[in-house]
Design a protein around this ligand. Structure first.
Ligand SMILES: NCCC[C@H](NC(=O)CCC(=O)O)C(=O)O
Ligand SMILES: NC(=O)OP(=O)(O)O
Length: 314
């Protein structure tokens, strides 16, 4: 693995999950692996969990950390080759990526979809640009189209909590006042396709994810039907892929206590942050079935595993 860009970089999911569980048992077992190594973290968007859990993971490995909030504090970057830079952008990704590479040993980046132009977002110009010009490994901390650290965390959380050999896992769309990227859903789908689970996706008409993501995963337009006998319910809003960036506040899709009754006393999952009583009702978020806080803890071990793999190679 040269970079950790997508779920496709997880070459053996069972093995990775076992290794992450081992790190959770003894987080300080590799305390000197990162001595005199620096993790650089660049944020083009806000974060709570990703920033702190990745930082914690680096600290557990004995690394130093440098963080920069790029939006507002960094120069506006240019990503196109051969362009005359007489407009808004001040610095080309070519220089920026090579310069940062001289200060750090691993570089982690967050850069969300803009949700204006689907083709532009799916080109992943920020992450692809850094991976092209950086001379050190790059980690995706949620890009325009994927959030693989979250997906690895989710897989770990499901394996930790499952009581059936092949649990039923349902990803359900939920309403949201803001247009959100497809990144979390895309990576969760890709991750579930790699695990031995009975997986289905449910969403209203018009909120189909890309065909190249869904592949042969069953999709239901009837949420109740999908939730029947579910062991894990993963709730997430995403804006439309077809009518790109369109959102909806259809409260019929809010995950309520009544809907949880259809399931097999399912565990509730969400990546957070969550809009209470829009995406998920208080009664479900505050119930014993909710794994959302435990999920957030597992972000540390997913990040630590990825960092460890990249440092082991150095
Ligand atoms: N990293 C986890 C989710 C990040 C982002 N959510 C958000 O932007 C929520 C913002 C809000 O609710 O205002 C997303 O869905 O991709
Ligand atoms: N789940 C997640 O990535 O959270 P943050 O956006 O707070 O980092």
């Amino acid at each position: 693995m040269k970079h950790f860009f997508s779920v496709e970089d997880i070459d053996n999911s069972e093995q990775w999950i076992a290794e992450a569980m081992q790190l959770k048992k003894s987080p300080l077992a590799h305390k000197t692996l990162g001595t005199h190594k620096t993790l650089g973290m660049l944020f083009f968007n806000p974060s709570l969990r990703t920033r702190l859990s990745t930082q914690k993971a680096a600290l557990n490995l004995g690394m130093e950390i440098m963080i920069m909030n790029f939006s507002g504090e960094g120069w506006t970057l240019e990503f196109e080759d051969g362009i005359i830079m007489d407009q808004g952008s001040s610095e080309h990704i070519k220089e920026a990526a090579q310069v940062v590479s001289q200060y750090c040993d691993v570089l982690a980046i967050r850069s969300f979809a803009e949700l204006k132009d689907r083709e532009e977002d799916y080109k992943e110009k920020v992450l692809q640009g850094f991976m092209k010009y950086a001379t050190i490994p790059v980690i995706n901390m949620e890009s325009a189209t994927g959030h693989p650290l979250q997906a690895l965390t989710d897989a770990l959380t499901i394996v930790e909590h499952k009581t059936e050999t092949r649990p039923r896992v349902v990803l359900t769309w939920a309403p949201h006042p803001k247009a959100l990227p497809q990144a979390v859903a895309n990576s969760f789908v890709a991750m579930m396709q790699k695990l031995d689970v009975d997986f289905a996706v449910t969403h209203p008409k018009g909120f189909e994810l890309a065909n190249q993501i869904i592949k042969d995963t069953p999709v239901f337009y009837d949420q109740d039907k999908a939730l029947d006998q579910a062991d894990f319910v993963y709730v997430k809003n995403w804006s439309a892929y077809q009518d790109y960036g369109k959102t909806s506040l259809d409260f019929d899709w809010t995950l309520t206590k009544e809907k949880m009754k259809i399931t097999n006393e399912a565990f509730l999952m969400h990546c957070l942050p969550v809009r209470r009583n829009v995406v998920i009702a208080d009664a479900v978020l505050d119930s014993q079935q909710s794994l959302v806080i435990k999920q957030a803890l597992n972000r540390v071990y997913a990040a630590q595993l990825v960092l460890k793999k990249l440092l082991d190679k150095k």
